[in-house]
Design a protein. Sequence first.
Length: 243
Amino acid sequence: MDTALVLFSGGQDSTTCLAWALDRYGRVETIGFEYGQRHAVELACRAPIRSALRELHPGRLGPDHLIDLRPGMAALGQTAMTAAVAIEMGEEGLPTTFVPGRNLLFLVYAGALAYRRGLRRLVGGMCETDFSGYPDCRDDTIKAMQLALNLGLQRRLVLETPLMWLNKAATWALADQFGIVRLVIEQTHTCYRGDREHRHDWGFGCADCPACELRAGGYRAWQGAERRPGERPGAPPLDPAGV
């Protein structure tokens, strides 16, 4: 029986990754992080999503682990993701929503937990196709982190990123494949501003932050695209050796 730990935020991408992992592995646990994010409402979405997916995959979904990173992240400075700062392009060519080191830190904590829990695979929703320019979402970054974790923990962990080469329309198609489109629309949260008041055909959000625009655009493209039945998009897992 293979095992996995899914980095699960309560958003569209991580929910789709959780469904992807439950479809493949006999034992799946989740890990989430509270780091002072403006859209902390996403954390409240996690429990109902897990409950719904548990019903779809009886006996496969194990415990959830929520890690509080707020003191450490606050000490590193604020971004548009963690404070009421304008969402725009920064001076270094990165959006102000970029939280330096966030995904690297998440993977270190996830790797340490996987070590303790005896879980072999780490599954994350990082994507280089629709990634807002975040350098810690790139495939090269994930490969480097896998190598570092395997060396530092003396384990053969596999980092899997099933959305790495998918655009948002293909991510919607993948959710449809697993029968969770309604769950994604009603229960997941993506909006950077934490808006759960305004509902659209693609879900809740402000509709004008970058995350909402990406989600909405992907939904419209998916709705208009021809979907081939039985297609299973997604990149293969990285080699366990990390090279």
